[in-house]
Design a protein around this ligand. Structure first.
Ligand SMILES: C[S@@+](CC[C@H](N)C(=O)[O-])C[C@H]1O[C@@H](n2cnc3c(N)ncnc32)[C@H](O)[C@@H]1O
Length: 382
């Protein structure tokens, strides 16, 4: 059966997500504001959930209709056949986003949709599913924009940035999605050395390892559709096993990390340890070179042709701004002196900081890191 899917992403990542979707050959893909749409079967939704690194979730659209009253919303929710997605004794949660519409309260929109679903179940089965915010069997999403409503079910469950490998958060960990987007937008060839001298909990390094080893982004987690009554367990597990069998660890790839805070490096090792639930990846715990110390002292070998991918300190707290600006100036000087020929992908909190690096040529993309704006600066050191 064919469905329409929408894959939302973080602001600024639409192009990157679209490239990923094209590479996966998801049918009739179209880049839209805030994400990518495609048409396909549940098998393609499994693939999207398992493989896409810059998707936030994969939504299956069930209904689109003009909507100016809660009655229309309630009626539309009653007309949907929910039986493939929710058992009468299951649990569900509805969330809503409302913009430029006659109905203005997202909570009310969510509540009326919830009423429609619950009443329809009671009428058909005599039972009504319960409402649970945490760990619901089904997440329903309502998007109301300019009086057009879309009701979708979330095939992913938890946001896809929750890859399932993280044991340690650290201080200001980067979202796994942004880390993967950094790797995908860098010129790293996935064979030459990769360095993060501000590695913290290791998000960039781990996402880079998974990419270089062709390991599915979702290999360590469960998905929402696995709790649905219509879940075709055998088919999904076959697909997942086939993708896991395609994991290939590049023999000579070197991954290096540094941080001035040794506590983060311990946490990074915990994160690396969880990769071992996939036996081919177990060796990474011993293969990542970690050193504790100032990034300005990190040894950059001349002629190594390495790639540096880092999420630098933002300095958003009072009193930190000057310190962070000085760090960027000093790092720029070090890179120009020691990293000739290296590729760079640096996620910075502020465009002025990119100028502080004083690189002769660089490109910048505007992204959003949670509530903070940020820039990915890419360059080759001359
Ligand atoms: C924004 S965090 C990076 C977070 C990391 N990407 C992650 O996902 O966990 C910046 C990191 O830089 C480290 N740091 C700050 N100044 C440093 C310096 N001069 N040398 C080395 N590490 C530094 C901090 O300890 C922190 O872990």
């Amino acid at each position: 059966m064919q469905h329409e899917f929408f894959i939302p992403c973080a602001p600024g990542l639409e192009k990157t997500l679209f490239r990923e979707v094209k590479e996966l050959k998801l049918p009739r893909a179209e880049q839209q504001v805030g994400g990518v749409r495609f048409m396909g079967s549940m098998r393609e939704a499994w693939l999207a959930n398992l493989q896409l690194r810059t998707a936030v979730r994969v939504l299956l659209r069930l209904a689109r209709f003009p909507c100016t009253s809660d009655g229309e919303l309630y009626q539309a929710a009653r007309e949907i056949d929910w039986s493939p997605y929710l058992a009468p004794n299951g649990s569900f949660f509805v969330d809503a986003q409302v913009r430029d519409s006659t109905l203005t309260h997202s909570q009310f929109v969510a509540q009326r949709t919830k009423d429609g679903i619950a009443d329809e179940f009671r009428k058909r089965t005599g039972q009504r599913p319960s409402v649970a915010k945490e760990d619901a069997d089904l997440r329903v999403h309502v998007h109301l924009s300019r009086d057009r409503a879309t009701i979708s079910v979330d095939t992913s469950g938890d946001s896809l940035h929750k890859r399932g490998w993280r044991r340690y958060q650290g201080y200001a960990p980067l979202s796994e999605i942004l880390a993967a987007a950094m790797v995908l937008n860098s010129n790293w060839d996935r064979r030459s050395p990769l360095i993060d001298p501000f590695c913290g909990s290791g998000t960039i390094l781990i996402e880079a390892i998974l990419l270089a080893c062709n390991c599915p982004a979702g290999a360590f987690r469960q998905f929402g559709f696995q709790s649905w009554p219509g879940y075709a367990k055998q088919g999904f597990e076959q697909l997942r096993d086939k993708l896991l069998a395609d994991i290939q660890v590049p023999r000579k790839l070197r991954i290096l990390g540094g941080d001035q805070d040794g506590l983060h490096l311990g946490g990074l090792r915990d994160n690396l340890q969880s990769l071992a639930s996939i036996p081919q990846l177990a060796e990474w715990l011993d293969r990542v070179d970690l050193s504790s110390g100032d990034a300005l002292d990190f040894e950059l070998r001349p002629g190594w042709g390495a790639t540096i991918l880092s999420n630098l300190p933002y300095g958003k707290r009072i009193g930190e701004a000057d310190e962070v600006a000085d760090l960027h100036v000093a790092l720029g000087a070090k890179l120009r002196a020691e990293a000739s020929g290296y590729q760079l992908g640096l996620l910075l909190g502020d465009k002025r900081l990119a100028h502080s690096l004083a690189l002769p040529r660089w490109d910048a993309q505007n992204w959003q890191n949670g509530a903070l704006r940020c820039q990915l600066v890419t360059a080759q050191v001359p």
